[in-house]
Ligand binder design. Sequence first.
Ligand code: SF4
Length: 364
Amino acid sequence: MSLTARQWLQKIRQLSLPKKVRIMNVCGGHERSITQAGLRTALPDNIELIPGPGCPVCVCPEEDVYEAIQIALNEDVILVAFGDMLRVPVNVSKSEARSLEEARAIGADIRPVASPAEVVRIANEHPDKEVIFFAAGFETTTAPVAAMLAEGAPDNLLLLLSGRLTWPAVAMLLASDEPGFDCLVAPGHVATVMGSEEWRFVVEQHNIPAAVAGFNNESLLAAIYSTLRQRLEDRPFLDNCYPELVSKAGNPRAKQHLYNVMEVIDAKWRGIGVIPSSGFGLREAWQPHDARQKYASYQDEARKRAGKMPPGCDCARVVLGKIYPTECKLYGAACTPRHPIGPCMVSDEGACRIWWSHVRKPAA
Ligand code: SF4
């Protein structure tokens, strides 16, 4: 029999918990559900729910965004990207375009898209132009991008890829001296594609309780309860609280497309640095669709040094779960969704944006 959210909360409240338990989530969708439902307030005070690395737009390297802006401004192309990428600011002087949105305002043909199917449609409608798809995302977004190529994209469709894998960021945190969390709620969307087994290392190598969760209150609270029980009983195991969509092995067809078209590479995360085996690159056979091959001159080594977070922006520490958004001095003051300083206030999956939309507590 499945329990209601109220019943899960009751079960959690009945646990004899230690002074403090820190549970990290690594999915912008989870953070949104938790914040929207006010789960932090509903749970006992000694349970901390920490938003972790769950926003691919927030960690997309600054030099990739800059590269996209420059290609769009200087080449006769149509550049398309998922909507929240358009407002991500880069570190340039005010006289230059600081985001794709600003580049569009001064004449670049930049269009927001919602899906790879839309990108293919635009490419088919403009056979005389190259359509550059700036694709930043985690496994859930990157798998459909791979499928788009595998299933036969038009020749004029090129990819500027900034795909990332979620688990290596968690592995990096766990390998550090201070992971900053005691339990993990693993991402349901990513596990739908990649399978729950991807998260087994959390339990087996680090002895940390883990549970895959879906996006409603019941599934999230079931996962929270599971990890708390595991911790109390000192019996960590990988639980699956999203069995209706998540299997151990994930979606074999999506994974096949992903690994046929792309290979796993070391990749940079904005403000964090290079995380081994944490990114996707196009395999050699797909290089005719690789915008980085065609427009190699826009890869600017100097940008990599300028690519940190904007001055004063604590987005990297927010992404790593080291601080809450409200602990950034700029939160709600200089930085709001209307005037974002860092990417965490731009993306719908960014913790700062989510907290501003639902909590709005000013910095202490
Ligand atoms: Fe960066 Fe703004 Fe978030 Fe502060 S509130 S960490 S400036 S995005």
